[in-house]
Design a protein around this ligand. Structure first.
Ligand SMILES: CC(C)(COP(=O)(O)OP(=O)(O)OC[C@H]1O[C@@H](n2cnc3c(N)ncnc32)[C@H](O)[C@@H]1OP(=O)(O)O)[C@@H](O)C(=O)NCCC(=O)NCCS
Length: 165
C-alpha cells in the first residue's frame, strides 16, 4: 500500500473510487465524475498555489493505492492559516465507503505524516468533529494529542483540535 499523486493516467481507478462514494450518497468527488481531467488540473494548481483566493494555503493531494485500485484520498496543506489551525488543520482524509473499518484510514494518515515530515512540517494540526469516532481513532493511533476543543463552523458540533509531533 502506498501513496500516489493525482495524474491523468489514474482516471479509471479514480472514477471507480468516486463511484463508490456516490453509491453511498457521499458526493465529495462528484465533480471528478463529470470532468476528471479538469479535476486533476485543479488539484495540480492547488498544489502549486495557482489562482488561490487570498489567504488560501496550497495543498498537496495524495491517493492511497493498492494493487492498482485507489482506497482513499488525503489533502496535505503546506502551511496553516488561523482559520485552518482552528478547523481543517494540515491534513484531511477519507476512505472509500466500501473499504472502511479495515485499517486503511490509519495507514493513510501514517503515510501522509511521512510526506509532511519530508516537507519539514514537523508539528501537524488535525481537527475532527467530536462525534467522528473513526477519525478520532485514526488520529490518536497516529500519535495525536488532543490540545483544544472548539466548535465546528461547518457542522456546529464540538470540534477536537489535535497536534501530532
Ligand atoms: C474517518 C475515516 C477516514 C476512517 O477510515 P477507516 O478506514 O474506517 O479507519 P480505520 O479502519 O483505520 O479505523 C480506525 C479505528 O477507528 C474505528 N472506527 C472506524 N470507523 C468507525 C466508526 N464509524 N465508529 C466507531 N469506530 C470506528 C475502527 O474500528 C478502528 O478501531 P480499532 O483499531 O479499534 O478497530 C472514514 O470513516 C471516512 O472516510 N469517513 C468520512 C470522512 C471523514 O470523516 N474524514 C475525517 C475528517 S476529520
Amino acid at each position: 500500500m502506498h501513496l500516489v499523486t493525482p495524474a491523468a493516467h489514474r482516471r479509471a481507478a479514480f472514477l471507480e473510487l468516486a463511484a463508490d462514494y456516490e453509491a453511498a450518497g457521499e458526493l465529495r468527488y462528484a465533480s471528478a465524475l463529470q470532468d476528471f481531467d479538469a479535476y486533476v488540473r485543479r488539484l495540480e494548481a492547488g498544489r502549486r498555489g495557482d489562482g488561490l483566493p487570498h489567504g488560501w494555503i496550497p495543498e498537496a493531494t495524495f491517493w492511497l493505492a493498492s494493487k492498482g485500485a485507489l482506497l482513499g484520498c488525503a489533502r496535505l496543506r503546506l502551511g496553516l492559516s488561523p482559520q485552518l489551525e482552528y478547523e481543517g488543520g494540515h491534513i484531511g482524509y477519507d476512505v472509500r465507503p466500501s473499504m472502511r473499518r479495515r485499517g486503511h484510514g490509519t495507514t493513510l494518515l501514517r503515510l501522509v505524516l511521512i510526506e509532511a515530515r519530508a516537507l519539514a512540517i514537523e508539528r501537524v494540526r488535525i481537527t475532527c468533529d467530536d462525534d467522528n469516532f473513526g477519525s478520532i481513532r485514526v488520529i490518536e493511533r497516529n500519535g495525536g494529542v488532543l490540545a483544544d476543543m472548539g466548535v465546528s463552523e461547518a457542522s456546529g458540533k464540538p470540534l477536537r483540535q489535535y497536534w501530532i509531533g
